[in-house]
Design a protein. Structure first.
Length: 276
């Protein structure tokens, strides 16, 4: 049996590839476990500066395996919920990863595959990629955070239309709606995602993790709470070796060398609990 997740390195960038091309990279519990483990290992590896998530065989991910879902109707509701939580734990792991995670989407990103792409920090899509909240087509309702992620950038009316029709939308339209950072020619999404990942992979590790936390919480809390979190993190960051190096490099008119600082573990004071 082939590996469900392929891994390779491109310098400081870790590339993780969904490897179930015969089923257009449909999801499975084995994939949940493999990707979650790979993300945890990347977080602990100071040589990894960014992560690119993609799919083999010309597709990102077609969502859940409908044959598996059909068999679940015979299970007690508690068991069905436990299996669903495997997906939701994976979505949390992607969203909460301290390293930047970039989706590179060619072909289909449907159902939970769309959720997985939107859980990433940034998204690069081919112009002809196809996205859909396809659940309604098979009598199911969205999961994997699809409605929450979509609601961050579309109106309730557009969200409702996408979910009730299951309409297929192109990479170009999703780019116009907001969540696609880079629009690539067909076949070039991974190349552009790698370039974007390389751009951020040499940045200050702790500062970027805290910036990710700020960007995530900005959609979930009022201005007063966001200002408080920004203040906490700014005060802490002023005392880090990262800011010492970054400010010195700016004043000395040279590139900052954050890569060497990744080898030294950050102190607890520079890593507050920013999970919200």
């Amino acid at each position: 049996m082939s590996e469900v997740l392929l891994t390779r390195r491109e310098g400081a960038v870790l590339v993780l590839s969904n490897n179930n091309p015969a089923a257009r990279n449909a999801l499975s519990p084995e994939f949940y476990a493999a990707l979650t483990q790979a993300l945890a290992q990347a977080e602990a590896d100071p040589s990894v500066g960014a992560i690119v998530l993609t799919g083999e065989g010309g597709h990102f991910c077609s969502g859940g395996d409908l044959r598996q879902l059909a068999r679940r109707r015979e299970l007690p509701v508690e068991e069905r919920r436990a299996k669903l939580e495997g997906l939701h734990d994976l979505i949390r792991a992607v969203r909460d990863c301290r390293k930047p995670v970039i989706a590179a989407v060619e072909g289909a990103a449907a159902g939970a595959g769309l959720s997985l792409a939107l859980a990433c920090d940034m998204l690069v899509a081919a112009k002809n990629a196809v996205f859909s909240v396809a659940y309604v087509k098979v009598g199911l309702t969205p999961d994997g955070g699809a409605t929450a992620f979509l609601a961050e950038f579309v109106s309730r009316q557009v969200l409702t239309e996408l979910c009730l029709t299951g309409e297929r939308i192109s990479g170009e339209r999703l780019h116009a709606l907001g969540p696609v950072n880079r629009l690539a020619e067909p076949g070039e999404a991974l190349t552009q995602a790698l370039a974007l990942a390389a751009q951020v992979a040499t940045g200050p590790d702790t500062a970027m993790a805290n910036i990710k936390a700020l960007c995530r919480s900005a959609y979930a809390q009022p201005l007063a709470d966001q200002l408080e979190l920004e203040a906490q993190l700014m005060v802490l960051s002023q005392a880090t070796e990262e800011s010492r190096e970054g400010i010195a490099a700016f004043l000395e008119k040279r590139p900052a060398d954050f890569a060497r600082l990744r080898q030294a573990p950050a102190t607890a004071a520079t890593q507050p609990d920013t999970t919200k």
